[in-house]
Ligand binder design. Structure first.
Ligand code: SAM
Ligand code: SF4
Length: 330
């Protein structure tokens, strides 16, 4: 029976940021020079500590885990963490959000360790633009990563596409078209004004209603779909007639989905956040490091769940947060 928050929302999903480091510098997520204050080795939770939090969370009814970052694949030995989490009773869905740059090297190893599926972030299909948006990356590496994930059976493959006006919004139809021939679930995401990149997000903001209208102007009406099955989360899914894949819309800003939010977040430095966009955090690292038992850890998790806010205020032009997106995990 999942743990309920003060609004009776069942909390079943824990997103874990395993590192604040990243091999890219996406313009909507990080400053060009990278994050200002990287966590030190000691500040970051060790894999055993993360697994202990998952064990405690599983005892409270959390059954879905997502590994994110920063870039989760830059943390050494990440497959080992997947293996540890996969062995915890009660956890039946383990996924990862990745930029895909290192995925071709790790996909099979991750699958073998117990990872079920991946979300790969991909904002453009144009190599030069990819370098501009990520400041450091090569598109071909991500495409190879997605292919390797498909071959390894990390299904369903979801693609996160952050739409920004004047930057990549002219590719909305190109991404939608991919679903005709590939079993990819393309999720168009409204850019959120978070941390130091808030100004860019405001200038580039495209509401999902407009993204959807632009897809329909090109391809005709979308058909509702139950989506990618596993882990539909905050996206609303549709399908082009006869398409293999689906099209999802994630509207954190214009039509927020807080009412259905089922998630809790653990930052790389061991803070629990009950909302992506609220800076209220509870430290669990100190308890872990003084050897707290499962019950004490569960009391801390419950406290985080209880303080989950009813919703956020981005639509009223209030920006979050004290942390960058890469430090929270998206
Ligand atoms: N590095 C991994 C990646 O890029 O997939 C995982 C971490 S990243 C912070 C998680 C997700 O957050 C990505 O899909 C990214 O596109 C999204 N994201 C980052 N900043 C965002 C913003 N300002 N608005 C909307 N989505 C954002
Ligand atoms: Fe790195 Fe992901 Fe942020 Fe891009 S979105 S800078 S890949 S953490």
């Amino acid at each position: 029976m999942p743990c309920l928050d003060s609004l009776a929302r069942p909390i079943s999903y824990l997103r874990i940021s395993v590192t604040d480091r990243c091999n890219l510098r996406c313009i909507y997520c990080m400053p060009a020079e990278g994050i200002p204050h990287k966590f030190s080795h000691e500040e970051i939770l060790r894999y055993e500590e993360i697994a202990r939090v998952v064990e405690a969370a599983a005892g409270l009814g959390i059954n879905k885990i997502r590994l994110t970052g920063g870039e989760p694949l830059v943390r050494l030995g990440i497959a080992e963490l997947v293996r540890m989490i996969a062995s915890i009773p009660g956890i039946d869905d383990i996924s990862m959000t990745t930029n895909g740059i290192l995925l071709s090297r790790h996909a099979q190893e991750l699958k073998d360790a117990g990872l079920h599926r991946v979300n790969v972030s991909l904002d453009t299909l144009q190599p030069a633009r990819f370098r501009q948006v990520t400041r450091l990356g090569e598109l071909e590496d991500v495409l190879a990563g997605i292919e390797a994930a498909e071959q390894a059976g990390l299904h369903p493959i979801k693609i996160n596409n952050v739409v920004m006006r004047g930057i990549n919004d002219d590719e909305i139809a190109d991404f939608a078209r991919l679903t005709l021939t590939r079993l990819w679930h393309i999720r168009f995401i409204e850019v959120m004004p978070v941390g130091e990149t808030a100004d860019l997000a405001k200038v580039g903001f495209v509401p999902v209603a407009e993204i959807r209208a632009r897809v329909e102007a090109e391809f005709g009406p979308l058909e509702p779909s139950d989506g990618a099955g596993r882990g539909a989360g905050p996206a609303r899914y549709y399908r082009l007639p006869n398409a293999l894949g689906t099209i999802g819309f994630i509207s954190a800003v214009s039509e927020h989905f807080c009412f259905h939010c089922n998630r809790l977040r653990l930052t790389a430095d061991g803070k629990l956040r009950s909302c992506l966009l609220s800076d209220r955090e509870i430290d669990i690292r100190a308890a872990l490091r003084r050897g707290a038992g499962l019950e004490e850890l569960q009391a801390i998790l419950r406290q985080a769940v209880e303080q989950k806010p009813a919703g956020h205020h981005l639509a009223e032009d209030i920006t979050a947060t004290g942390r960058l997106m890469s430090q929270i995990g998206g």
